[in-house]
Design a protein around this ligand. Structure first.
Ligand SMILES: CC(C)(COP(=O)(O)OP(=O)(O)OC[C@H]1O[C@@H](n2cnc3c(N)ncnc32)[C@H](O)[C@@H]1OP(=O)(O)O)[C@@H](O)C(=O)NCCC(=O)NCCS
Length: 170
């Protein structure tokens, strides 16, 4: 029998294993990633977890995780930054990323969030409703290719209400 797959919210006890997965997949370059910079350089384990962070387990092993950070954009709340999304290199392409992002967006919508942004590939994230943000509308700390700033509206028309710098909400 193959090991059971479980997708569930992240708890603080999961953070050491998720940090190790980030180190394996992203290496030392992970500290330059946007999500780390928005969290003021703090890794996920040193920053309050949003209720929307989720992980996937195969048996007892954490194989994938998605982190969401509550942010303000130009001082306005109700938005989230998605990232990092990490999938262990031996299980990519098996739907773990898709399932976790889909579930996180559903939970964020149910929780009343209006907008989710990320820095990533439109060909991958487009399937979840992410679209490029008009250049200059939303700015992030540090250098970012503005064509890779994507947003998904959880409330129709929400993107138009958000302009300016992304900062951690807490
Ligand atoms: C990119 C990543 C998050 C995708 O997660 P995953 O669980 O492997 O992806 P899924 O199985 O859910 O989806 C696979 C599909 O996405 C596509 N895909 C994967 N990466 C893609 C990309 N960068 N651009 C476009 N499509 C992509 C695959 O071709 C596949 O398409 P199909 O469903 O038509 O066959 C994962 O592979 C990963 O962690 N990679 C290394 C780290 C990385 O690059 N992270 C970037 C996101 S922050």
């Amino acid at each position: 029998m193959s090991p059971k797959i479980t997708n569930r919210p992240v708890t603080p006890a999961d953070l050491p294993a998720i940090t190790a997965l980030h180190a394996d997949v992203f290496g030392p370059g992970r500290f330059a990633r946007t999500a780390y910079r928005v969290r003021e350089g703090r890794p996920a384990g040193e920053h309050p977890l949003s209720p929307y962070c989720r992980l996937a387990m195969v048996g007892e092993r954490i194989v994938a995780a998605v982190h969401l950070t509550e942010i303000t954009i130009g001082g306005k709340g109700g938005a989230l930054l998605l990232g990092p999304l990490v999938v262990a290199s031996d299980v990519t392409g098996q739907g773990f990323g898709r399932a976790l992002v889909g579930e996180a967006l559903e939970a964020a919508k149910a929780g009343g969030a209006s907008l989710v942004i990320l820095v990533g590939d439109e060909p991958y994230y487009g399937r979840f409703g992410f679209k490029p943000v008009p250049p200059g509308q939303i700015t992030l700390p540090g250098p970012v290719n503005s064509a890779r700033i994507l947003a998904a509206e959880l409330e129709a028309g929400a993107l138009a209400d958000y302009q300016g710098l992304v900062e951690s909400a807490r």
